[in-house]
Design a protein around this ligand. Structure first.
Ligand SMILES: Cc1cc2nc3c(=O)[nH]c(=O)nc-3n(C[C@H](O)[C@H](O)[C@H](O)COP(=O)(O)OP(=O)(O)OC[C@H]3O[C@@H](n4cnc5c(N)ncnc54)[C@H](O)[C@@H]3O)c2cc1C
Length: 467
């Protein structure tokens, strides 16, 4: 038998009776499991998740669930096919031993694997003062339980809600409050809402949108502390300018933290921005060497992207979790010539204050922006982001049908400013600075992050030169 034939036989054997473990039982974990079975993997499949629930969908949590339209426990993800798997729910993975190929669980059990998929996503960054974070009425929103509790309190209703941080989720919460006719104050450290993800020019429009809908918006300010009543319920917030806001519900929307702590000591390239992997989902070790048996997908993955100068992109997007999981799962059970890259053009949607906001590409990669279609005054427009004469992203407000057009241009590295389609070109199509803030400002971190090279985080093992 030739070497090639032997390898092919080994892969066949692995597909028939290998052991795959997936850690993280949410969107990426579920879609990977389905793909593995779809691809003909008939070996043992174990799915480990620290939440007690079967995989559910998170985008409705800050939208339909908070409005009270959909109960939090009705968000279960639809199944694309039956998945024959050993579901280990309600137990966290606490360690990874790559030498013995075992995942350690919180209950002390060791789960052996031949191939492993890391899909542990992110969690909400908590309000930094633990005593204040523990006050009744102080919330973050990431899980089904978070959304259920917040929805209950919004239904009471509170006298005022304070939202700290005006990224996508904070802005969506504020929007829901206004729809429910609840007074809401939004405090944002940056110059405007959505500024980290879409820059200052669009942030200005988002700010106007919030004000027009009755949001008490305070930008360029921080919340210094939260104050509770003797019963331990939050009642007041102190802001960095010395002012106070009385509120009995506080939603801290301060971005997310990658769930990588359980990988400490594993020797994988895991850190602040997630687990580094190649475009096929194969994890890197700390020296930048690709591993053969460990894969990564979803919010916890960061991979180089051909369209963005091979910078490592970390994306907290639904599509990225689905398509990344599908690509990784395919590659886990196929031979190298058939590997697939996960080369998604990032995309995001958000509904807030009656406007459907969509983006494609990586806006913070651009330094200029130009309005290409529609009218800002009517809040129905398309705008493109550019860098060095090429289009790198686009955003639409209630103009989503054109997004595909811009997506194609971005894929082809089309010119910036781009030729606008359709007939509704604004009279003045002049590029201007896109005004992205310093990404190190905590609440300005966008949901697609160019994580680039971080020498300060370098943990590689350098070898002495041989003489
Ligand atoms: C409120 C909200 C609104 C959103 N809205 C949108 C939207 O409008 N559009 C959009 O594109 N995206 C949106 N997103 C983002 C989208 O939901 C995520 O991109 C997606 O959930 C990522 O899936 P994932 O499986 O990679 O990670 P996650 O969904 O984070 O799942 C990871 C799972 O792993 C578990 N886990 C973590 N550590 C361990 C461990 N050590 N052991 C076992 N299990 C572990 C976690 O508890 C979790 O269940 C939203 C997210 C939130 C929270």
């Amino acid at each position: 038998m030739t070497l090639r034939a032997t390898v092919a036989e080994l892969v066949r054997e692995f597909r028939a009776s290998g052991r795959i473990v997936i850690v993280g039982a949410s969107l990426a974990g579920l879609r990977a499991a389905e793909t593995l079975r779809e691809e003909g993997f008939t070996g043992s499949l174990t799915i480990i998740g620290d939440e007690p629930y079967e995989p559910y969908d998170r985008p409705p949590l800050s939208k339909q669930v908070l409005k009270g339209w959909v109960p939090a426990d009705h968000t279960k993800l639809p199944r694309m096919r039956e998945v024959d798997a050993d579901w280990r729910l309600g137990v966290a993975a606490t360690g990874l031993d790559r030498a013995t190929k075992q995942v350690r669980l919180a209950n002390g059990e060791l789960v052996p694997y031949d191939r492993l998929l890391i899909a542990t996503g992110t969690r909400a960054r908590q309000w930094p003062n633990p005593a204040e974070a523990a006050l009744h009425g102080v919330h973050t929103i990431r899980s089904r339980d978070d959304a259920a509790q917040l929805q209950k309190e919004l239904a009471e209703p509170p006298s005022r809600v304070l939202v700290i941080g005006a990224g996508f989720i904070g802005s969506e919460v504020a929007s829901v409050c206004r729809e429910l006719d609840i007074p809401v104050t939004v405090v944002e450290r940056g110059a405007a809402p959505l500024v980290g993800a879409l820059g200052g020019v669009i942030g200005e429009i988002a700010a106007q949108l919030q004000c027009d809908h009755g949001v008490d918006l305070r930008c360029g300010l921080g919340v210094s502390s939260l104050e509770g009543d003797p019963g331990g319920h939050v009642r007041r917030a102190h802001l960095s300018d010395g002012s106070t806001v009385d509120a009995d519900v506080v939603v801290a929307s301060l971005g997310s933290i990658r769930n990588v702590e359980w990988l400490e000591g594993s020797g994988l390239a895991a850190g602040f921005w997630g687990v580094g992997c190649d475009a096929g989902g194969r994890a890197f070790d700390i020296n930048g060497v690709v591993t053969d048996s460990i894969y990564v997908a979803g919010d916890v993955a960061r991979a180089p992207h051909v369209l963005y100068e091979y910078q490592f992109l970390a994306m907290e997007h639904w599509d990225n979790a689905v398509l990344g999981a599908e690509a990784a799962a395919h590659n886990m059970v196929n031979l190298e010539p058939h590997y697939r890259p996960h080369l998604l053009l990032p995309g995001f949607w958000s509904g807030q204050f009656g406007v459907n906001i969509k983006s494609v590409g990586v806006p913070p990669f651009g330094d200029e922006i130009v309005f290409t279609q529609g009218s800002v005054a009517e809040r129905r427009f398309a705008a493109a982001y550019g860098r060095r004469g090429r289009i790198v992203a686009a955003v639409t407000f209630d103009h989503g049908k054109w997004l595909e057009y811009y997506g194609k241009l971005i894929e082809q590295s089309g010119p910036f400013p781009p030729p606008p389609p359709g007939w509704d070109q604004p009279p003045d199509m002049k590029p201007m600075p896109a005004e992205f803030p310093d990404p190190r400002v905590p609440t300005a971190i966008p949901d697609v992050v160019l994580t680039g090279h971080a020498p300060s985080e370098r943990t590689a093992e350098f070898r002495p030169r041989r003489h």
